[in-house]
Design a protein around this ligand. Structure first.
Ligand SMILES: [Zn+2]
Length: 62
């Protein structure tokens, strides 16, 4: 998946991505920019989060 890297200033592929949930129940993918290694976060819908986890694309962290 891709997220917006603040350091690169553009959409970048995320590596080592883990799906987490915030206290409010929002799903958030946390990974690292493959270019610079900066932490990149992306808010996901429940459906998106569950499909990414079940496909194995991201690790389940909640
Ligand atoms: Zn970056």
């Amino acid at each position: 998946m891709e997220g917006r890297c603040m350091k690169c200033g553009s959409q970048k592929a995320m590596i080592d991505t883990v799906m987490t949930r915030t206290a409010r129940g929002t799903y958030m993918a946390k990974g690292k920019c493959e270019s610079c290694g900066t932490t990149v976060c992306k808010i996901c819908s429940k459906d998106t989060a569950e499909s990414l986890v079940s496909s194995g694309e991201v690790k389940k962290g909640y």
